[in-house]
Ligand binder design. Structure first.
Ligand code: S3P
Length: 432
């Protein structure tokens, strides 16, 4: 139990209504922070994520010699090192952020020097062998502590490799592509499941040429990056919580403006539509390769269940906790399989979803690689624990909207890792 953190009490709602603008996408913000930190010139980002994680990336870039200015109008200015990192005089503290640690390890690997990465208790338990493998194949040396952080990367001149990704992970893909930037020759990466492609778009935006094959992507080493100006699209993974709140009530209506609609992320909308959410996407535009649009949604007349199996979990990995948490209210239940990766996220998300659903009186079956939540269940408010995992705190706030009685969420402050505005915004759109 996270007894030191803050507690939120969430009351059931009658419905959900309103219009919300979301802070910038966490994944895109990380990539912009890192690439801007390496680039020539000053980049400017509007609507940069307000989450703690991308700010860990900004601090690490400062430790590597970049200058970061948080302007009063909210714009973040990053002046890059112009291709050569400064030797850090301190550890690179990634906080809770696996994205920072894994992707930045790739970026520094091609730069001569020793870089020590540390993180919080949760990050220190997460697997890092997955990046050590390819980075060492390219010629870097990576020391782990029993497979985890603290992690020391000894960077230098790398050699390009051909890498076939053994797990569906955009962080590992990015680590290899970023390392490829600092390698001699052309690095090619193959992925069986097409994971989120923000790194590819961000690299191109900063002036890097990439080549896309059918299932592969190639990057030539030695290319220079030029600063950009960008507005970060709203975070669809943050939107997911409010979309799942909307689907719970037949008369709910919500408008989400300027949300990232990158096709490698938007599978969630197809899943929710198949469960009964009425979805309209308006004003689609493209900026720096990223799609942005307004999402207009209405609740489900009948909330149907979902089978999230095969390649699907990898495409909506961050949204699985909230989809499971609304499972009891569906007509046919929610099945999630082939989602073992959930066990090595900020927490063991399978175990924690099961524990918290049971705390609210739900029946649920746990598998090594997923879970089954039967439908047509009535839940009662209970005491749930985020275990300091942001997505667990937010998933159970949504689950609480249809329970009977109040739900107490311990460790609710974890939401700030990706979405500090979550609880006030949820309050704003909930009608009671
Ligand atoms: C992310 C990739 C995913 C996701 C994480 C962000 C990214 O992790 O869970 O929240 O920005 O590339 P994996 O690469 O471990 O699947």
């Amino acid at each position: 139990m996270s007894h030191n953190g803050t507690t939120e009490v969430v009351r059931p709602a009658r419905t959900v209504r309103g219009s919300v603008r979301l802070p910038g996408d966490k994944s895109i913000s990380h990539r912009y922070a890192m690439l801007a930190g390496l680039a020539n010139g000053t980049s400017r980002f509007a609507n940069f994520s307000t989450g703690a994680d991308p700010h860990s990336s900004l601090s690490c870039m400062e430790a590597l010699g970049a200058t970061v200015v948080k302007r009063p109008d909210g714009v973040i200015e990053v002046t890059g090192v112009g291709g050569t990192f400064q030797k850090p005089t301190c550890d690179l503290d990634c906080g809770n952020s696996g994205s920072t640690m894994r992707m930045l390890a790739g970026l520094v690997a091609g730069h001569k020097g020793t870089y020590r990465f540390v993180g919080d208790a949760s990050l220190t338990k997460r697997p890092m062998q997955r990046i050590k493998g390819p980075l060492e194949q390219m010629g870097a040396q990576v020391e782990l502590t029993e497979g985890h952080a603290p992690m020391t990367v000894h960077g230098g001149t790398l050699t390009a490799i051909e890498f076939s990704a053994p797990i569906a992970s955009a962080q590992v893909k990015t680590a290899v592509l970023f390392a490829g930037l600092g390698a001699e020759g052309t690095t090619t990466l193959q992925e069986a499941v097409r994971t989120r492609d923000h790194s590819e778009h961000a690299l191109r935006a900063f002036g890097v040429e990439l080549e896309r094959g059918k299932d592969s992507i190639s990057i030539r080493g030695g290319q220079q990056l030029q600063a950009i100006e960008a507005t970060v699209p709203g975070d669809l993974s943050s939107a997911a919580f409010f979309l799942c709140a909307t689907i719970l009530f037949p008369d709910a209506q919500l408008v989400l403006d300027d949300v990232g609609m990158n096709p490698s992320r938007s599978t969630l909308l197809d899943v929710l539509a198949s469960m009964g959410l009425q979805v309209k996407v308006l004003n689609l535009e493209e900026k720096h390769g990223e799609m942005i649009g307004t999402i207009q949604v209405n609740g489900a007349a009948e909330l149907k269940g979902a089978e999230i199996v095969g390649d699907l979990p990898a495409l909506i990995i961050d949204e699985l906790p909230v989809l499971a948490a609304i499972g009891p209210y569906t007509s046919t239940g929610v099945t999630i399989r082939n989602a073992k990766e959930l066990r090595v996220k900020e927490s063991d998300r399978i175990a924690l979803v099961v524990q918290n659903l049971r705390a609210m009186g739900a029946e649920v079956e746990e598998f090594e690689d997923g879970l089954y939540v039967p439908g047509n269940q009535k839940l009662r408010g209970g005491i749930v624990d985020s275990a300091d995992d942001h997505r667990i705190a937010m998933a159970f706030a949504i689950c609480a909207l249809r329970a009977e009685g109040e739900t107490t969420i311990h460790g609710a402050e974890a939401a700030a890792i990706s979405f500090p505005e979550f609880f006030p915004l949820l309050n704003q759109i909930s009608e009671r």
